[in-house]
Design a protein around this ligand. Structure first.
Ligand code: GKR
Ligand code: MG
Length: 443
């Protein structure tokens, strides 16, 4: 006997963030997310976490009557109906920011996650065992150390987190301080390695000149010669700039993430294919293969080796489908991330655990949020790995007090959409986003 879905609760939340720089600007001291909780008549609760925006909150509301009152047995039909209703809102585009601005796919993922969590609890299986054709493929998921260049928080009057008076380790200190040089990047990597044991690192680029960012990779390579390294300028560079900056360091990189994008009448998929031909470097993307149609074109052009199929914008089942295709086609699955809480960490872990074949270490921003939590026991990164739980569902329990506090923080702010330009304007007067110009290159 399957329980009935009794109530959906939508809770926008906020957490604190450091002054992380990227092509979109500088992260504000807060990031916002949205938590969806579904209760059923058996007394269980399923959860999902996605980015938040007014469009996303409205999209979730739009699906409420398709969910509440339905049987958990029909959870796939519920998802199909929600998808159809959201598609009725019209086509959407990812946009040119570093982050994905679509509504429908995010909304669907939050509902999907909560439904899989409930279904898993009902049939007493972890979500990883339910996703995809093959179910769980691994008991541990590798994560990479996601490094950023950081702005100086003291150049703003914004409430960025400060190093604690008695820091637990160097990571507690460095994640709150300016980092704009190769030495500072290596210090971040060493501190993250000491706490989390990462074997691989990704540096977010699109901030300094391509050559200055290549120098950061040189320094990382010297410090961690065995790590899989990558650099991600979010398509800011021209094809020629990307080849010039990365060719000399290609032996240090395992792959290049979105090194170039659309230019002079050529699509990003075309320039990435040309980049691969000219450098021989494998490429990864979370910008030019973000749905199945785009993936088809990317594969046809041989533009991408590693689609970073973040479940938040592919759906959990969609991300695993990409993993299955990668496995069949000799490509490598990976996952992108944005700032997130521990519910998303659980979602990404289950998805990665269900992808067959060799996958690359998943992205996670969690190290920047570590210490903040919405669940009673966030998954931990140890030795660069996250254990996949064997408990039913997502294997997490919401900490109601923490959730309420994060919701209060959200309501105390006026932030309703991610905006990285606001903080950047403290560093450069009148700064505006330009998808083709690194954030600190403005002469
Ligand atoms: O958090 O600033 C950031 C990143 O730039 C993020 O917005 C990107 O979506 O992590 C992302 C990426 O790999 O492009
Ligand atoms: Mg990326």
């Amino acid at each position: 006997m399957f329980p009935t879905l009794t109530r959906m609760t939508i809770t926008p939340v906020a957490g604190y963030d450091s002054f992380l720089l990227n092509l979109s600007g500088g992260h504000a001291p807060w990031f916002i997310r949205c938590v969806v909780m579904l209760e059923d008549s058996a007394g269980n609760t399923g959860v999902g976490e996605i980015p938040s925006s007014e469009g996303i909150l409205a999209g979730l509301e739009q699906c409420r009557d398709l969910i509440e009152g339905q049987s958990l047995r029909d959870f796939r039909q519920v998802l199909t109906q929600c998808k159809a209703r959201l598609e009725g809102n019209g086509p959407e585009e990812r946009g040119r920011q570093t982050f994905d601005l679509r509504v429908a796919v995010h909304v669907l993922t939050a509902i999907e996650s909560a439904l899989f969590d409930l279904y898993g609890q009902h049939v007493e299986l972890p979500v990883a065992d339910l996703l995809g054709r093959l179910g769980r493929q691994r008991d541990e998921v590798e994560a990479l150390g996601y490094l950023f260049l950081l702005g100086d928080p003291d150049k703003t009057d914004l409430p960025y987190p400060k190093p604690p008076e008695s820091p637990r380790d160097d990571w507690d200190v460095v994640r709150c301080q300016e980092a704009l040089t190769p030495e500072a990047v290596v210090r971040l990597a060493k501190a993250a390695h000491a706490r989390y044991g990462f074997k691989d690192f990704k540096l977010k680029g699109g901030v300094l000149s391509p050559e200055a960012e290549a120098d950061c990779i040189r320094a990382l390579y010297e410090a961690f010669p065995d790590a899989r390294l990558t650099l991600d300028p979010n398509g800011a560079w021209t094809l020629d700039q990307a080849v010039k900056a990365l060719n000399p360091i290609k032996h240090m990189l395992s792959y290049a993430e979105d090194p170039c994008g659309q230019e002079r009448g050529y699509s990003g998929r075309e320039t990435m294919a040309e980049f691969k031909r000219r450098t021989g470097l494998p490429t990864a993307t979370n910008m030019i293969a973000t749905d199945f149609k785009q993936l088809q074109f990317a594969v046809a052009l041989n533009a991408v080796d590693i689609p970073l199929a973040d479940c938040h914008f592919w759906t959990m089942q969609g991300a695993v489908m990409v993993g299955e295709l990668c496995n069949e086609w000799g490509m490598t699955w990976g996952s992108h991330s944005n700032n997130h809480f521990d519910i998303s960490l659980a979602m990404m872990t289950h998805v990665a655990a269900a992808c067959p074949g060799e996958i690359t270490a998943i992205d996670t921003h969690w190290i920047w949020q570590d210490g903040q939590r919405l669940t009673t026991e966030p998954f931990r990164i140890k030795g660069g790995r996250i254990s996949v739980p064997t408990t039913p569902g997502l294997g997490i329990t919401i900490d109601k007090a923490q959730l309420e506090a994060a919701n209060r923080l959200y309501h105390s702010l006026e932030v309703r959409q991610r905006d990285d330009a606001m903080a950047m304007q403290y560093l450069i007067d009148g700064w505006q986003f330009d998808p083709r110009r690194p954030t600190l290159v403005r002469d």
